[in-house]
Design a protein around this ligand. Structure first.
Ligand code: RUB
Length: 331
Protein backbone atom coordinates (compact mmCIF):
# COMPACT_ATOMS: atom_id res chain seq x y z
CA UNK A 1 0.00 0.00 0.00
CA UNK A 2 1.37 3.42 -0.84
CA UNK A 3 0.86 6.58 1.18
CA UNK A 4 -1.40 8.17 -1.39
CA UNK A 5 -3.76 5.70 -2.98
CA UNK A 6 -7.48 5.43 -2.31
CA UNK A 7 -7.95 8.59 -0.20
CA UNK A 8 -6.39 11.89 -1.31
CA UNK A 9 -3.92 12.93 1.37
CA UNK A 10 -2.89 16.61 1.44
CA UNK A 11 0.70 17.16 0.28
CA UNK A 12 1.59 19.08 3.44
CA UNK A 13 0.55 16.10 5.59
CA UNK A 14 2.72 13.78 3.49
CA UNK A 15 5.61 16.22 3.79
CA UNK A 16 5.36 16.12 7.60
CA UNK A 17 5.24 12.31 7.50
CA UNK A 18 8.37 12.19 5.30
CA UNK A 19 10.19 14.65 7.49
CA UNK A 20 9.48 12.56 10.59
CA UNK A 21 10.55 9.36 8.83
CA UNK A 22 13.73 10.97 7.51
CA UNK A 23 14.42 12.66 10.86
CA UNK A 24 14.21 16.23 9.63
CA UNK A 25 11.56 16.48 12.32
CA UNK A 26 12.91 14.51 15.26
CA UNK A 27 12.84 14.20 19.04
CA UNK A 28 9.78 12.68 20.71
CA UNK A 29 8.14 15.95 21.74
CA UNK A 30 8.58 17.66 18.37
CA UNK A 31 7.35 14.55 16.57
CA UNK A 32 4.19 14.51 18.71
CA UNK A 33 3.48 18.18 18.05
CA UNK A 34 4.16 17.70 14.33
CA UNK A 35 1.61 14.87 14.01
CA UNK A 36 -0.96 17.00 15.84
CA UNK A 37 -0.19 19.82 13.38
CA UNK A 38 -0.61 17.37 10.47
CA UNK A 39 -4.05 16.41 11.80
CA UNK A 40 -5.09 20.07 11.84
CA UNK A 41 -3.85 20.52 8.26
CA UNK A 42 -5.66 17.34 7.19
CA UNK A 43 -8.91 18.39 8.86
CA UNK A 44 -8.80 21.88 7.38
CA UNK A 45 -8.04 20.57 3.89
CA UNK A 46 -11.18 18.41 3.53
CA UNK A 47 -13.46 19.99 0.93
CA UNK A 48 -16.26 17.37 0.80
CA UNK A 49 -19.49 17.25 2.79
CA UNK A 50 -19.58 13.71 4.13
CA UNK A 51 -18.85 12.99 7.80
CA UNK A 52 -17.92 9.42 6.94
CA UNK A 53 -15.47 10.45 4.23
CA UNK A 54 -13.98 13.02 6.57
CA UNK A 55 -13.47 10.39 9.29
CA UNK A 56 -11.95 8.01 6.74
CA UNK A 57 -9.50 10.73 5.72
CA UNK A 58 -8.58 11.32 9.38
CA UNK A 59 -8.09 7.58 9.93
CA UNK A 60 -5.92 7.30 6.84
CA UNK A 61 -3.77 10.25 7.94
CA UNK A 62 -3.37 8.62 11.35
CA UNK A 63 -2.31 5.39 9.66
CA UNK A 64 0.33 7.23 7.64
CA UNK A 65 1.65 9.21 10.59
CA UNK A 66 1.74 6.04 12.74
CA UNK A 67 3.95 4.36 10.15
CA UNK A 68 6.72 6.98 10.29
CA UNK A 69 8.71 5.93 13.38
CA UNK A 70 7.81 3.18 15.84
CA UNK A 71 9.48 3.95 19.17
CA UNK A 72 8.37 7.32 20.56
CA UNK A 73 5.02 6.70 22.27
CA UNK A 74 4.43 10.46 22.25
CA UNK A 75 3.47 10.12 18.58
CA UNK A 76 0.86 7.44 19.32
CA UNK A 77 -0.39 9.20 22.45
CA UNK A 78 -0.92 12.43 20.49
CA UNK A 79 -2.82 10.60 17.75
CA UNK A 80 -4.91 8.65 20.26
CA UNK A 81 -5.82 11.83 22.09
CA UNK A 82 -7.10 13.32 18.83
CA UNK A 83 -8.75 10.20 17.42
CA UNK A 84 -10.66 9.50 20.62
CA UNK A 85 -12.24 12.92 20.32
CA UNK A 86 -13.45 12.70 16.74
CA UNK A 87 -14.42 9.02 16.98
CA UNK A 88 -16.67 9.87 19.95
CA UNK A 89 -17.94 13.20 18.60
CA UNK A 90 -21.49 13.39 17.31
CA UNK A 91 -22.89 16.00 14.96
CA UNK A 92 -22.42 17.45 11.51
CA UNK A 93 -19.16 17.88 9.63
CA UNK A 94 -18.38 21.20 11.34
CA UNK A 95 -18.65 19.58 14.76
CA UNK A 96 -16.50 16.58 13.83
CA UNK A 97 -13.91 18.74 12.07
CA UNK A 98 -13.64 21.11 14.98
CA UNK A 99 -13.28 18.17 17.41
CA UNK A 100 -10.08 17.21 15.54
CA UNK A 101 -8.74 20.74 15.39
CA UNK A 102 -9.56 21.52 19.02
CA UNK A 103 -8.03 18.29 20.32
CA UNK A 104 -4.87 18.77 18.24
CA UNK A 105 -4.48 22.37 19.40
CA UNK A 106 -5.03 21.30 23.00
CA UNK A 107 -2.32 18.68 22.64
CA UNK A 108 0.19 21.13 21.15
CA UNK A 109 -0.47 23.71 23.80
CA UNK A 110 -0.31 21.07 26.58
CA UNK A 111 2.99 19.85 25.19
CA UNK A 112 4.60 23.29 24.99
CA UNK A 113 3.47 24.12 28.52
CA UNK A 114 4.73 20.76 29.81
CA UNK A 115 8.19 21.41 28.34
CA UNK A 116 8.24 24.83 30.00
CA UNK A 117 7.06 23.41 33.34
CA UNK A 118 9.69 20.65 33.28
CA UNK A 119 12.26 23.35 32.55
CA UNK A 120 11.12 25.25 35.64
CA UNK A 121 11.22 22.18 37.88
CA UNK A 122 14.41 20.78 36.38
CA UNK A 123 16.36 24.03 36.46
CA UNK A 124 15.97 24.16 40.25
CA UNK A 125 17.88 20.91 40.54
CA UNK A 126 20.85 22.34 38.68
CA UNK A 127 23.37 23.99 41.00
CA UNK A 128 26.11 26.55 40.46
CA UNK A 129 29.20 25.00 38.83
CA UNK A 130 27.41 21.77 37.87
CA UNK A 131 28.95 19.72 35.09
CA UNK A 132 26.05 18.14 33.21
CA UNK A 133 26.43 15.32 30.75
CA UNK A 134 23.70 14.86 28.16
CA UNK A 135 23.16 12.47 25.28
CA UNK A 136 21.41 13.08 21.97
CA UNK A 137 19.22 16.17 21.60
CA UNK A 138 16.27 16.54 23.92
CA UNK A 139 14.21 19.72 23.85
CA UNK A 140 13.22 19.35 27.52
CA UNK A 141 16.84 18.95 28.56
CA UNK A 142 17.87 21.97 26.49
CA UNK A 143 14.98 24.00 27.95
CA UNK A 144 16.05 23.03 31.48
CA UNK A 145 19.72 23.89 31.02
CA UNK A 146 18.97 27.20 29.31
CA UNK A 147 16.48 28.11 32.04
CA UNK A 148 19.00 27.28 34.78
CA UNK A 149 21.53 29.49 33.01
CA UNK A 150 19.04 32.34 32.46
CA UNK A 151 17.89 32.27 36.07
CA UNK A 152 21.40 32.96 37.24
CA UNK A 153 23.05 29.58 37.91
CA UNK A 154 26.74 30.28 37.48
CA UNK A 155 29.54 28.09 36.19
CA UNK A 156 27.37 25.47 34.46
CA UNK A 157 29.26 23.36 31.93
CA UNK A 158 27.79 20.75 29.60
CA UNK A 159 29.40 17.67 28.13
CA UNK A 160 27.43 16.70 25.02
CA UNK A 161 28.03 13.31 23.47
CA UNK A 162 28.29 13.24 19.70
CA UNK A 163 25.46 10.67 19.54
CA UNK A 164 26.48 8.53 16.62
CA UNK A 165 25.47 7.69 14.01
CA UNK A 166 23.23 10.73 13.41
CA UNK A 167 25.21 13.22 15.52
CA UNK A 168 22.27 14.85 17.29
CA UNK A 169 24.88 15.93 19.90
CA UNK A 170 26.05 18.55 17.41
CA UNK A 171 22.57 20.12 17.54
CA UNK A 172 22.67 20.12 21.35
CA UNK A 173 26.13 21.69 21.41
CA UNK A 174 25.12 24.41 18.95
CA UNK A 175 21.86 25.18 20.76
CA UNK A 176 23.58 25.58 24.12
CA UNK A 177 26.67 27.41 22.98
CA UNK A 178 24.41 29.73 20.98
CA UNK A 179 23.00 30.80 24.37
CA UNK A 180 26.47 31.34 25.82
CA UNK A 181 26.56 28.08 27.81
CA UNK A 182 29.99 26.39 27.80
CA UNK A 183 29.75 23.02 26.00
CA UNK A 184 32.32 20.38 25.23
CA UNK A 185 31.46 17.84 22.54
CA UNK A 186 32.80 14.38 23.40
CA UNK A 187 32.83 11.01 21.60
CA UNK A 188 30.17 8.58 22.84
CA UNK A 189 32.88 6.11 23.76
CA UNK A 190 34.59 8.60 26.09
CA UNK A 191 31.74 8.83 28.62
CA UNK A 192 33.46 6.65 31.24
CA UNK A 193 36.65 8.67 30.83
CA UNK A 194 34.79 11.89 31.67
CA UNK A 195 32.33 10.60 34.28
CA UNK A 196 34.62 11.50 37.21
CA UNK A 197 34.06 15.19 36.31
CA UNK A 198 30.27 14.92 35.96
CA UNK A 199 27.76 16.06 38.63
CA UNK A 200 24.55 15.01 36.82
CA UNK A 201 23.55 13.11 33.74
CA UNK A 202 20.35 14.51 32.24
CA UNK A 203 18.60 12.89 29.27
CA UNK A 204 15.20 12.95 27.61
CA UNK A 205 12.97 10.00 26.77
CA UNK A 206 11.06 8.57 23.85
CA UNK A 207 9.00 6.16 25.89
CA UNK A 208 8.72 5.24 29.56
CA UNK A 209 7.30 1.84 30.39
CA UNK A 210 5.00 1.07 33.30
CA UNK A 211 7.90 -0.50 35.22
CA UNK A 212 9.93 2.74 34.94
CA UNK A 213 12.29 1.57 32.20
CA UNK A 214 13.24 4.43 29.92
CA UNK A 215 13.61 4.08 26.18
CA UNK A 216 15.88 6.76 24.74
CA UNK A 217 18.62 7.21 22.12
CA UNK A 218 20.94 4.24 21.68
CA UNK A 219 23.78 4.48 24.17
CA UNK A 220 21.66 5.95 26.98
CA UNK A 221 21.68 2.70 28.96
CA UNK A 222 25.46 2.47 28.74
CA UNK A 223 25.76 6.00 30.13
CA UNK A 224 23.33 5.09 32.94
CA UNK A 225 25.47 2.10 33.84
CA UNK A 226 28.59 4.25 33.96
CA UNK A 227 26.82 6.93 36.02
CA UNK A 228 25.63 4.28 38.47
CA UNK A 229 29.15 2.91 38.84
CA UNK A 230 30.43 6.41 39.59
CA UNK A 231 27.50 7.28 41.89
CA UNK A 232 26.41 10.16 39.66
CA UNK A 233 22.72 11.12 39.49
CA UNK A 234 21.00 9.97 36.31
CA UNK A 235 17.94 12.14 35.65
CA UNK A 236 15.33 11.67 32.93
CA UNK A 237 13.11 14.53 31.76
CA UNK A 238 9.83 13.49 30.22
CA UNK A 239 6.36 14.87 29.64
CA UNK A 240 3.55 12.55 30.79
CA UNK A 241 2.67 11.69 27.18
CA UNK A 242 6.04 9.89 26.98
CA UNK A 243 4.67 7.24 29.35
CA UNK A 244 3.28 4.26 27.50
CA UNK A 245 -0.20 3.10 28.58
CA UNK A 246 0.09 -0.10 26.53
CA UNK A 247 3.05 -1.25 28.64
CA UNK A 248 0.67 -1.42 31.61
CA UNK A 249 -0.92 -4.29 29.72
CA UNK A 250 2.45 -5.92 29.18
CA UNK A 251 3.13 -4.70 25.67
CA UNK A 252 6.79 -4.30 24.62
CA UNK A 253 8.19 -1.09 23.20
CA UNK A 254 9.26 -1.55 19.60
CA UNK A 255 12.86 -0.45 19.09
CA UNK A 256 13.43 1.19 15.74
CA UNK A 257 16.22 -0.27 13.63
CA UNK A 258 17.40 2.16 10.97
CA UNK A 259 19.39 1.84 7.80
CA UNK A 260 22.98 0.50 8.04
CA UNK A 261 24.05 3.36 5.74
CA UNK A 262 23.62 5.73 8.69
CA UNK A 263 26.48 3.83 10.37
CA UNK A 264 28.66 3.18 7.31
CA UNK A 265 27.76 5.46 4.41
CA UNK A 266 29.99 3.48 2.00
CA UNK A 267 28.61 0.01 2.78
CA UNK A 268 30.25 -1.44 -0.33
CA UNK A 269 33.63 -1.01 1.39
CA UNK A 270 32.55 -3.65 3.90
CA UNK A 271 31.34 -6.28 1.46
CA UNK A 272 29.70 -9.23 3.16
CA UNK A 273 29.66 -7.61 6.62
CA UNK A 274 26.29 -7.21 8.29
CA UNK A 275 25.82 -3.82 9.94
CA UNK A 276 23.06 -3.12 12.46
CA UNK A 277 21.71 0.23 13.59
CA UNK A 278 19.25 0.14 16.50
CA UNK A 279 18.19 3.73 17.22
CA UNK A 280 17.13 3.33 20.87
CA UNK A 281 17.85 1.25 23.95
CA UNK A 282 16.23 0.53 27.29
CA UNK A 283 17.58 1.81 30.60
CA UNK A 284 16.27 -0.24 33.53
CA UNK A 285 14.64 1.69 36.42
CA UNK A 286 17.35 0.75 38.92
CA UNK A 287 19.83 3.00 37.08
CA UNK A 288 17.51 6.01 37.10
CA UNK A 289 17.65 8.43 40.03
CA UNK A 290 14.43 10.27 39.15
CA UNK A 291 12.11 11.20 36.32
CA UNK A 292 11.19 14.87 36.06
CA UNK A 293 7.74 15.42 34.57
CA UNK A 294 5.42 18.42 34.31
CA UNK A 295 3.49 17.03 37.30
CA UNK A 296 6.57 16.75 39.47
CA UNK A 297 9.60 14.63 40.20
CA UNK A 298 8.90 10.93 40.52
CA UNK A 299 10.93 7.80 41.17
CA UNK A 300 10.89 5.54 38.06
CA UNK A 301 8.99 2.96 40.12
CA UNK A 302 5.99 5.34 40.20
CA UNK A 303 5.61 5.25 36.41
CA UNK A 304 2.61 2.90 36.48
CA UNK A 305 0.89 5.35 38.81
CA UNK A 306 1.53 8.25 36.43
CA UNK A 307 0.00 6.22 33.61
CA UNK A 308 -3.05 5.34 35.71
CA UNK A 309 -3.60 8.79 37.21
CA UNK A 310 -2.59 11.07 34.37
CA UNK A 311 -2.64 8.52 31.60
CA UNK A 312 -3.03 9.34 27.99
CA UNK A 313 -5.57 7.09 26.28
CA UNK A 314 -4.27 3.67 25.28
CA UNK A 315 -2.98 4.03 21.73
CA UNK A 316 -5.29 2.42 19.22
CA UNK A 317 -2.75 2.88 16.49
CA UNK A 318 0.29 0.72 16.16
CA UNK A 319 3.28 1.33 13.99
CA UNK A 320 2.84 -0.57 10.75
CA UNK A 321 5.24 -0.22 7.85
CA UNK A 322 3.62 1.33 4.83
CA UNK A 323 5.74 1.10 1.70
CA UNK A 324 6.93 4.45 0.44
CA UNK A 325 7.25 4.69 -3.30
CA UNK A 326 10.59 6.13 -4.37
CA UNK A 327 8.98 8.60 -6.73
CA UNK A 328 6.25 9.79 -4.39
CA UNK A 329 4.79 12.83 -6.19
CA UNK A 330 4.92 15.10 -3.16
CA UNK A 331 8.71 15.09 -3.13
C1 RUB B 1 15.76 11.67 20.00
C2 RUB B 1 15.93 11.25 21.41
C3 RUB B 1 15.57 12.25 22.48
C4 RUB B 1 14.12 12.01 22.92
C5 RUB B 1 13.59 13.13 23.79
O1 RUB B 1 15.96 10.62 19.09
O2 RUB B 1 16.27 10.13 21.72
O3 RUB B 1 16.38 12.09 23.60
O4 RUB B 1 13.28 11.93 21.78
O5 RUB B 1 13.55 14.33 23.07
P1 RUB B 1 15.81 10.90 17.51
P2 RUB B 1 12.57 15.52 23.45
O6 RUB B 1 16.82 11.97 17.18
O7 RUB B 1 16.13 9.59 16.88
O8 RUB B 1 14.40 11.34 17.25
O9 RUB B 1 12.89 15.89 24.86
O10 RUB B 1 12.91 16.62 22.48
O11 RUB B 1 11.18 15.04 23.28
Amino acid sequence: MSWNNEVKIPGEVLRIAYEIKNMKIRGAGRIARAVAEAMIIGAESYRGESVNDFKDLMRKIIEILSSTRPTAVSLFNALSYISRRFENAEGDLDVIRSSVITAAREFISYSLNAVKRIGEIGSRIIKNDDVILTHCNSSVVIETIIRAFKTGKRGIKVLATETRPKFQGHITAKMLSGRGIPVVLIPDSSVRYFMKDVDKVIVGADTIAANGAVVNKIGTSLIALIASEANVDFLVMAETYKFSPATLLGEYVKIEERSPEEVIPELSELKGIKVRNPAFDVTPPEYITAIITEIGIIPPQASALVIKEYGWPIANYEHREIAVEEDEPIL
